[in-house]
Ligand binder design. Sequence first.
Ligand code: NAI
Length: 337
Amino acid sequence: MSSTLGIAVIGAGKMGSDHVRRIGRTVGGARVVAVADPDGDRAKEVAAGLEGAGAHTDPAAAIAAPGVEAVLIASPGAAHEEAVLHALARELPVLCEKPLTPDPAGALRVMEAELRLGRRLVQVGFMRRFDAEYERLKELLDAGGIGRPLFLHCRHRNASSPAFFTSDMLISDSVVHEVDAARWLLGQEVTAVTVLSPTATAAAPEGVRDPRFVLLETSGGVIVDVEIFVNCGFGYQVQCEAVGEAGTARIGDGHAMVVQSAGRWGGEIDQDFTVRFADAYDRQLRRWVAAAARGRIAGPDVWDGYAAAAVSRAGLTAAHSGTRTAVDLVERPALYH
Ligand code: NAI
């Protein structure tokens, strides 16, 4: 390993270019040495400001480029598996944006490749685990500060959804964050999913079922409810209230600064996840870079990516069938205990 970790960034869209900027400005000990995007102009544009970084249209070529010691994958979910497998074939540490794969079968193929290597090299970008408020809630729950948890009440709202966003993506791309957060906060697996859909908001694109209400049941008997509303209009909001036997705890109220003036009081609502979770993305990347330099990971692993994909799959079945759907998980391999 060199003194600064050489990273190949796969996918140079919104998240990929945000991570590249982050590596240059806020994360020490790393540099981007290759950027890949099938849109060659996009790859060139993102690589242009980076000294010595090559632009590629083929992810495999970027991963094989000289000086690459770790791989950050920020392509669309359907492209993750192939890129992760290329990286694992070279035994390179990976940070893969969520979802690890869109379906559990793909995640299992990644798991098999990692099991063959016998060590965990792939971290999944469930960055809420690095958010200071989520960390405090986790510490409180682990310390028994509100007793045994009974409910998590979650709200996940976006101002508006991109044109390509479908009814299924509310579950597989958005609620998947709550799935991981709930599994991590509670230390339990999700065992069943039910999805209810009220009348769609007039702000939703034609045919998109938005908002939706998702109920998760866990192995420890906790009920997690999630309001997912991706065209709420007013901003980006992620809230979670834990209810335990001895109290409640709530995060995500966004009360950073309250202004009182001219007979009114109020504050600002973040408009975007890159703002609300900016610190979490920084911390995720810093800790991953430090771990990757030692050939390790420092966050959610392939098991977490697989479990989230299995819950997403059950969630889509539940949404389409209108019935409560059990989550099928394979036995957890010892590598992931
Ligand atoms: P985007 O559409 O802005 O960017 C994706 C880029 O990947 C595009 O430039 C596209 O040309 C490129 N691409 C397409 N196929 C590719 C392939 N086979 N290999 C390499 N690049 C390819 O999408 P965005 O929002 O940046 O999302 C990327 C990933 O990040 C997705 O997995 C998404 O779910 C995840 N994401 C994570 C968030 C988080 O909070 N952790 C938030 C938003 C997105």
